[in-house]
Design a protein around this ligand. Sequence first.
Ligand code: MG
Length: 386
Amino acid sequence: MGGCVALVVGAGRGRRFGGDVPKQYRLLAGEPMLRRTLRAFAEHPGVDAVRAVIHPDDRDLYDDAVAELPLLDPVPGGASRQDSVRLGLQSLIERAPDRVLIHDAARPFPSPDLIGRVIAALDGAAGAIPAVPVADTLKRGDSAGLVAGTVDRRGLWRAQTPQGFHFGVILAAHWAAMGRDDLTDDAAVAETTGTAVALVPGSEENVKVTTQEDLDKAARGLGGGTPEFRTGSGFDVHRLVEGDRVTLCGVEIPHDRRLDGHSDADVAMHALTDAVLGAIAEGDIGSHFPPTDEKWRGAPSDVFLRHAADLVSRRGGAITHVDVTIICERPKIGPHRDAMRDRLATLLGVAADRVSVKATTSEKLGFTGRGEGIAAQASATVRLSG
Ligand code: MG
């Protein structure tokens, strides 16, 4: 069939971001990063078709993100980036393009000119990559953390994507390189078969988004301004009845009573879930998980909190801090505090030092003082990309 196909690889998990949504689906100035990346190719006159390589678990996220874009069906990736690229290339065999551009989903700013330069260079070479010359002085360090020498930076370049190749050449090179784990880009795969790869000018704008800071910086570059911080609060009460344990912040504590409720009645996690939902103005726990729905009978409250954290991620946000206060005379919370913080940190995908759990009594006053129930209040702070 010929032509030029762009293969955008976004099958990774991006765990450094925390939360449940892989980074390529996070919002960048209101648009999922992957969509912005795919759009750059779909709108380029030199590109005839665009295919994404995605993680099989992300199909719903993908469908939501790319709605209405003219794309080939996505294909599932493999365990490593190299596997994912090979699977993507194999999926194009039937289509038999002349040229393929291989690009990372996490580089959302390839300019039309840059894409055009790579395509044009394929007239004279079987491979072409955008790259920028190394500007910083390079040092080699030793195991003691001392400078062991200065590396001559002349002739050194930082490789970017999209990397362009004649289709048959890069497919053969990927097959020949199967099982190797030392090749960090497709040019390196091509080099193993002696393919000549041309260098074309890259761009400092064509950044790879790896951390939340990169995402914030990229959003600022789009005129998004500084990140916005919001705080939400939550409050909940559950009755104590005959029983043998209570669950608080996801930690089971042996007790002579239990908390009554439709789910596991984890009053502290409910307050926190409402705080997280409050920070993004997304209603309350009852509107997302109606107590009239039999599905939630006895449900672990993890589900509720993870859903709230997921909504924050989908907004391009990150939870920066949460603070929970449990109000009861008994059981004693102190011995379980660290386990609670760890549990909440895991569920929220944040470091434990961003999670505070406190406890107080009500001086034997009121329903908490009489041991009729446990109350909890919480606050959550989220950072939304501007
Ligand atoms: Mg509740």
